[in-house]
Ligand binder design. Structure first.
Ligand SMILES: Nc1ncnc2c1ncn2[C@@H]1O[C@H](COP(=O)(O)OP(=O)(O)OP(=O)(O)O)[C@@H](O)[C@H]1O
Length: 442
């Protein structure tokens, strides 16, 4: 039994010098590694601005965690420095992450407020979105010269306002409706969702994509340098054994070449070492970290990215996939979704709504569907898959707020699924009342 006068906390940390470089986007590196080519493209696209010509719009795209935002910040600072040296008027807003603004009103007013002193800032509501756009144009016109607006994660701009931001805004000086005469607006849009780009109207695509810069995933050698740089700052000297960085880099490169994932592995490996009272972080700690990272990432999505309805749909899809001899078809997913909603006391929505949730999950990359043509029988049906391992998903659900939703025999079914013995299990016959439910929801 713990004594009341015993304090269980350690005085010092033998492993980490500082954790900040490993935490999500809270540290700006002094060096950018392995992005010379992309930086060159950027500089070419923005050279006009540096000398006071009109700006080009730039579209930056590529998967998550590959340096799009960091490189953009670096280029922005260099550009401001040069413009300042040359006495070229230039204002740059952002990067503003569109994900943080749930309505177009909030997003435009955030841009307006960048120009205003705090006493004149716009409130969170009170004007129409059109009026707030007018305020933005007034502010931009008042500063005059070139104004660059950097919008990150533009796929999160509410659909009804996409044209306003991605087409009308960068062309405002040509429009009769916007009071822009002296100023010139350039838009830099960043996205990691290529499906989103395809879904844009051609005129929007061509306006935004005057200059396009593509960022690819990092390979293992590049990740070694990048992770090594952050590890040098984050860990005490000499605590990492030689194979930690190569292993974390190799795993991350195999997954999706995302620096953030590599940093998470390093943090976790360090924590395992600390928990085990080891004074070194070893290969073993790193391997353990790679094993749990997938579940942790899914858990983070439950906490940050998914609405309650999307989360229930995602879990229902996963159950439909692991249950034996059963394709994850929309009808089946819907029936599991209603049971899940029931068990957490949520109201279930209509089947039509479920299609929307599945679409949203697909847009966010959690599920994908295959369109099966039924041949001579006619008709089509969609069969769903999840993009992560169902085992990792269920493990994440257990740690999440949705654990109560799971049927209580989920481990038995998951075990069968894992052992690939599913075929020995009779599929429930949906026409037979007593067989309809293999899941036991309490
Ligand atoms: N080449 C690099 N050199 C140093 N640090 C890097 C490099 N690339 C990425 N990073 C670091 O990795 C993290 C993720 O990078 P960043 O935010 O730029 O990714 P992103 O491509 O914008 O991702 P997302 O699309 O998810 O926003 C940041 O902490 C960033 O500083």
């Amino acid at each position: 039994m713990a004594q009341i006068d015993e304090n269980p906390f350690d005085d010092t940390d033998e492993i980490f010098e500082t954790k900040r470089p490993l935490k999500k986007d809270s540290f700006n590196p002094e060096t950018i590694f392995h992005r010379d080519e992309e930086i060159n493209f950027y500089v070419n696209a923005l050279q006009d601005v540096a000398v006071g010509h009109e700006p080009n719009n730039v579209f930056v795209y590529g998967p998550t965690g590959v340096g799009k935002t960091e490189v953009t910040r670096w280029v922005r600072d260099k550009l401001l420095e040069k413009a300042d040296d040359q006495d070229v008027p230039l204002e740059i807003l952002g990067p503003v992450n569109c994900r943080n603004y749930k309505s177009s009103y909030r997003l435009v007013s955030r841009l307006v407020n960048e120009f205003r002193e705090s006493k004149d800032e716009l409130p969170n509501s009170g004007y129409s979105t059109d009026t707030v756009f007018d305020f933005l144009y007034e502010e931009i016109e008042q500063v005059g010269g070139n104004v660059l607006i950097i919008l990150d994660e533009i796929d999160n701009i509410p659909p009804d306002a996409r044209n306003d931001f991605l087409y009308d805004l960068p062309r405002a000086e040509a429009s009769e409706n916007a009071a822009i005469d002296q100023a010139c607006i350039g838009l830099i849009g960043i996205s990691n969702d290529l499906k989103f780009v395809d879904s844009l109207e051609p005129k929007v695509k061509s306006t935004l994509g005057e200059r396009e810069i593509k960022f690819g995933p990092y390979d293992a050698n590049e990740l070694r340098d990048i992770l090594g740089y952050y590890a040098d700052i984050a860990f005490h000297d000499g605590v990492l054994t030689g194979d930690v960085i190569p292993l974390a880099a190799a795993f991350t490169a195999q997954e999706r070449g995302d620096v953030r994932q590599g940093l998470k592995i390093l943090e976790k490996a360090g924590e395992y070492a600390r928990m085990g009272d080891s004074d070194m972080v070893t290969e073993e700690h790193t391997r353990r970290a790679t094993e749990t990272i997938e579940t942790d990432e899914i858990l983070e999505s439950f906490e940050n990215d998914l609405t309650r309805q999307q989360a229930l749909t995602y879990v229902a899809t996963t159950l439909a996939i692991i249950e034996p001899d059963h394709d994850a078809r929309t009808k089946r997913i819907y029936s599991l979704y209603t049971s899940l909603a029931d068990s957490v006391g949520s109201e279930s929505r209509s089947e039509r709504k479920l299609y929307e949730f599945l679409d949203q999950l697909s847009m966010q990359g959690f599920v994908r569907s295959e369109d099966h043509n039924q041949g001579r029988r006619g008709g089509r049906r969609f069969i769903y898959e999840v993009t992560d391992d169902p085992v990792d998903i269920i493990n994440a659900v257990v740690k999440s707020d949705y654990s109560e939703a799971l049927p209580n025999n989920v481990w038995d079914i998951l075990k069968l699924y894992k052992e690939d013995e599913a075929t020995e299990f009779e599929a429930p016959d949906p026409d037979n009342d007593s067989q309809r439910q293999i899941w036991q929801f309490t």
